[in-house]
Design a protein around this ligand. Structure first.
Ligand SMILES: Nc1ncnc2c1ncn2[C@@H]1O[C@H](COP(=O)(O)OP(=O)(O)OP(=O)(O)O)[C@@H](O)[C@H]1O
Length: 267
């Protein structure tokens, strides 16, 4: 599937350049640069409140960076509004933290929501596509007519994943996809994320602080700390990065430079 501007086939799928965002005195993103190749899976890790969600919202256009550039398929997206923004976001699927399903709609309509709303797909065709997606995430067809409240947390995540892939996006965002799941269910969801994005040939951008998830779904990992990406490398090298901050974070150690700097700042 072509992106919103397929004129530059050599451009990375996503390119961030010197992206900055502050809220008053709180500098959250302090010059983020990152290229994500087509078909690549990039995971951004970082502690609570480091700005992972702000970064994702900037790429989606829900927040406008103060400065910097965010290109999709070589075309600038910062500042796009209305239909131009919708055209970019039509290429993006999103699995929200907590799945964010509509309680009042049955499962299949949750999955088909974007197809029916944005793309004028008939309800008949949308239901058929929803059924295929539910199959892909391992949910039985009888789940289609249940309501989200009738499902376990793991099943709700599967429905959220089915919705994220329903429109066959070429970019998929995963916002803390394993939060709230037990380790076994988290691993099932990680496997499904890998399988479904591969099947689509999609580019993936995920944010998480779950290292098991990051190393399973990421080709590369970037660590966000104090507004900057302090390390970007192959996922398999993250436990051996040679960076003391990354080391403390990925091993979950109470002691280390992150704690020392936080204490110095507080006191
Ligand atoms: N709309 C907003 N207005 C003001 N401040 C905001 C806004 N959105 C985020 N922030 C601030 O930006 C910082 C980063 O928040 P963000 O939610 O991106 O962190 P995070 O890394 O996603 O954290 P977590 O892992 O806990 O979800 C926080 O200090 C937060 O208070």
């Amino acid at each position: 599937m072509n992106g919103p501007n397929a004129s530059d086939p050599d451009a990375p799928k996503l390119r961030l350049r010197d992206v900055r965002k502050r809220f008053g005195a709180n500098v959250v993103l302090d010059g983020i640069g990152l290229d994500i190749a087509a078909g690549e899976s990039m995971v951004v890790i970082g502690g609570s409140g480091t700005g992972k969600s702000v970064l994702l919202k900037c790429v989606l256009g829900l927040l406008r960076p103060d400065s910097g550039s965010i290109e999709v398929d070589g075309a600038e997206t910062v500042g796009l509004t209305g239909r131009a923004r919708d055209r970019v976001n039509a290429h993006i699927g999103m699995l929200f933290q907590g799945a964010a399903l509509f309680d009042s709609l049955p499962v299949w309509e949750n999955v088909a929501f974007g197809l029916i709303q944005g793309r004028q797909t008939s309800r008949f065709a949308a239901r058929a596509r929803a059924m295929d997606c539910l199959d892909q995430v391992g949910l039985r067809r009888r789940v289609a007519d249940l309501y989200p409240a009738e499902l376990s947390g793991g099943m709700q995540k599967r429905v959220g994943l089915a919705r994220a892939i329903a429109a066959q996006p070429d970019i998929v965002f995963f916002d803390e996809p394993t939060t709230g799941l037990d380790p076994i269910m988290a691993d099932v969801i990680n496997d499904l994320i890998v399988a479904t994005t591969k099947e689509l040939g999609a580019t993936a951008l995920s944010i998480t602080h779950d290292m098991a998830s990051a190393t399973k779904i990421g080709d590369r990992i970037a660590m966000l700390y104090k507004g900057r990406l302090i390390w970007v490398g192959a996922a398999k090298e993250v436990f051996d990065s040679g960076n003391a901050h990354v080391d403390q974070f990925v091993h979950g150690r109470a002691d280390g430079p992150i704690t020392e700097e936080a204490e110095a700042q507080a006191g």
